[in-house]
Ligand binder design. Structure first.
Ligand code: PEP
Ligand code: MN
Length: 342
């Protein structure tokens, strides 16, 4: 349920509502808009139903939220968009942000060279996995803590904020030291223990859609993070499994406008993992930007033929500044401004 306060409501009125909500065993999530304050009341139906707020001082109206997710719903923010800010880079609202880097952190040379390419082309954030979810248990699983140290070195040199994946809660402290955005991979989208832990950190989270998850399921997973008090969640469409075998996954670009209709959270698209092939990455990035995505996350590598993983889908480092120029045009089509402006 949403409690919409009157414009004239005082701080004490808002506090009183929060107290009533909490004493009934539900939780209150306050969202202060320009004119009015809205309080999201979250809890089981019984608790929420027992709170009598009709006519309470400062309360304008009580609006039920019918979706199974509440804090992630667009309704809660009454049309306002969440903008996640990472070290001066804004993701969401009128901004378009590019996250780029290798699939995995492989060596000092590759990581630093890629980081310079990403910075010089004007992309906003640097990606790279130190812990990798691999289909085969015998494939390279990432450099782990040594990889995190290389990401830190790349950040120190270029100033780029780091996006890196967390797979195991035992690595949380180490990842928190380096990451500016923690990625939760497609295969962990419904790992509720991890989602809850990430909700408690307060760090921005890039939440990838599961390979066969619906948009409602993605939003329910986002809700797990939000309900712990972390509002900085980026939803990521990265391709879903369909009957088509001509490419790795099917990039569901319809998810972009639909997620933006359902939720106030920013939507980022990963064309690399959907495509599995380099040549598809530019056209699908342009399509994502034109569809209104708030950003893309792409894999690049200075020598993709030598990459340890996902080389065939990595953009060549030497092509990256052209890629960024084209992307800027497509983002502009959707009324977005590329971030950061150098
Ligand atoms: C990745 O971004 O490197 C990755 C493994 O992505 P996903 O979880 O979407 O497969
Ligand atoms: Mn990859």
């Amino acid at each position: 349920m949403m409690v919409v306060m009157k414009e004239s409501a005082t701080l004490a009125d808002v506090e009183a509502v929060i107290e009533r909500v909490e004493s009934a065993g539900a939780s209150a999530h306050v969202s202060r808009g320009e004119l009015v304050t809205v309080i999201g009341v979250i809890g089981d139906r019984e608790h929420v139903g027992s709170i009598e707020l009709e006519g309470a001082p400062g309360v304008d109206q009580l609006v039920p939220i019918l979706k199974p997710y509440k804090l992630a719903s667009a309704q809660l923010k009454e049309g306002a968009r969440t903008v996640v800010e990472v070290d001066g880079r804004r993701i969401g609202g009128p901004h378009f942000t590019t996250i780029a880097g290798p699939c995995t952190v492989e060596s000092r040379e590759v990581m630093l060279e890629t980081a310079r390419t990403v910075r010089d082309a004007g992309a906003g954030l640097l990606r790279g996995g130190a812990y990798k979810p691999r289909t085969s248990p015998y494939s390279f699983q990432g450099l782990g803590e040594a990889g995190l140290r290389l990401l830190q070195e790349a950040k120190d040199e270029t100033g780029l904020p780091i996006v890196t994946e967390l797979m195991d809660v035992r690595d949380l402290d180490a990842v928190l030291e380096v990451a500016d955005v923690i990625q939760l991979g497609a295969r962990n989208m419904q790992n509720y223990t991890l989602l809850t832990e990430l909700g408690r950190t307060g760090k921005p989270v890039l939440l990838k859609r599961g390979l066969s998850s619906t948009l409602d399921e993605l939003l329910m997973s986002a809700e797990y993070i939000l309900k712990e008090g972390n509002e900085q969640v980026l939803l990521c469409e990265r391709g879903i499994r369909t009957f088509e075998t001509g490419y790795r996954f099917t990039l569901d670009l319809m998810a972009v406008p639909v997620l933006k209709e359902l939720s106030h959270l920013p939507v980022v698209v990963d064309p690399s993992h959907a495509a599995g092939k380099r040549d598809l990455v530019l056209p699908m990035s342009l399509a994502a930007a034109a569809a209104g995505a708030d950003g893309v996350i792409v894999e690049i590598h200075p020598a993709p033929e030598e990459a340890i993983c996902d080389g065939p889908q990595a953009l060549r480092g030497e092509d990256f500044s052209d890629y960024m120029r084209r992307l800027e045009q497509a983002a502009a089509l959707a009324g977005k401004e590329l971030q950061p402006v150098a």
